[in-house]
Design a protein around this ligand. Structure first.
Ligand SMILES: CC(C)(COP(=O)(O)OP(=O)(O)OC[C@H]1O[C@@H](n2cnc3c(N)ncnc32)[C@H](O)[C@@H]1OP(=O)(O)O)[C@@H](O)C(=O)NCCC(=O)NCCS
Length: 178
């Protein structure tokens, strides 16, 4: 079980009492605008169950954490860190914040805490992030964190009745902290 506290946020394990606010968050259409589909209630239930099961793993390979503001206990986002390729100590990071809180730096603040954990505690060599190539807000978060674009995966996402591209960004252990 992990908890990270930043200037304005707490990143913590999901709790049974999070269900209603987390489902409301996941039901926000803006959160899934760049995804092929939005999650059903069953998908969200499965997500929370996986998150709770992963919290018991040793060694742990997935961190799906709830994001709350210091001033409010309700879940206002989620961040993830998942082992991709253990042979090269590679992890993948991801984020989502409630649309009413966009533009205040919460995703960047949360991801920075998770990157610090990945490099300092998990001894990550690389941390990568994938995004729909047109997801400008997410691309800005990646760049602000110091991730660099490494590639463009062509036509890997079926989105709005057409194929879309995806970008791959990464930051290396020697590039952290900025
Ligand atoms: C991706 C996502 C988390 C970005 O949210 P965001 O609010 O734009 O990103 P941040 O929390 O880092 O906020 C950054 C913005 O807040 C501003 N800001 C205000 N105060 C700030 C502070 N203290 N620190 C940093 N930035 C601050 C920045 O200037 C920046 O604005 P800009 O992007 O117009 O330059 C959000 O769009 C989202 O949840 N999308 C849906 C899920 C998703 O697509 N996830 C990624 C899948 S790959």
């Amino acid at each position: 079980m992990v908890t990270f506290t930043t200037e304005r946020l707490v990143l913590r394990e999901f709790q049974p009492t999070d269900w209603a606010t987390f489902r409301a968050l996941e039901a926000e259409p803006a959160l899934y605008y760049y995804e092929p589909a939005a999650p059903t209630e069953t998908d969200t239930q499965a997500y929370v169950e996986r998150a709770q099961a992963e919290a018991q793993q040793t060694p742990r390979t997935h961190y799906r954490l709830a994001l709350t503001r210091l001033s409010e206990a309700e879940v206002c986002g989620r961040v993830t860190l998942a082992q991709l390729n253990p042979a090269i100590r590679e992890w993948e990071i991801g984020w989502a914040v409630h649309p009413r809180l966009w533009g205040q730096g919460f995703a960047t603040e949360a991801a920075r805490a998770l990157l610090a954990f990945a490099f300092a505690e998990l001894r990550a060599h690389r941390v990568v992030a994938f995004s729909h190539a047109e997801n400008a807000a997410s691309l800005r978060v990646m760049r602000r964190l110091g991730l660099q674009q490494e590639g463009l995966l062509r036509a890997t996402r079926w989105w709005r009745d057409a194929w879309s591209n995806e970008v791959v960004f990464a930051i290396l252990e020697q590039e952290w902290p900025l």
